[in-house]
Design a protein. Structure first.
Length: 92
């Protein structure tokens, strides 16, 4: 049983995980800002200043950052698979 359980913490992070997390946070902030800037249209109040609309652009930025993280993760996994496939196979 001891040989199956790692003794220390296992690092399962893949390159690109940080970008994905940051992208999700930026997307969430942009989505909330978008909802806030659209609310005055339904409530009949004065629209927010331009800065609020600029913050809502973070939704697209977050999507792009998360997509870059996914692409980086894919590239790292392909590189790892290529290195593993490069090992010679012994015939029996």
């Amino acid at each position: 049983m001891r040989s199956e359980t790692p003794a220390g913490p296992v690092n399962d992070s893949v390159p690109g995980d940080g970008l994905i997390k940051v992208g999700v946070v930026l997307f969430a902030v942009g989505a909330v800002a978008t909802l806030v800037t659209v609310a005055p249209l339904f409530l009949g109040t004065d629209p927010f200043p331009t800065v609020a609309y600029t913050v809502s652009m973070l939704m697209g930025v977050g999507f792009a950052v998360a997509a870059a993280g996914v692409l980086r993760s894919i590239a790292a996994q392909r590189r790892q698979a290529r290195e593993g496939a490069g090992a010679p196979v012994q015939a029996r």
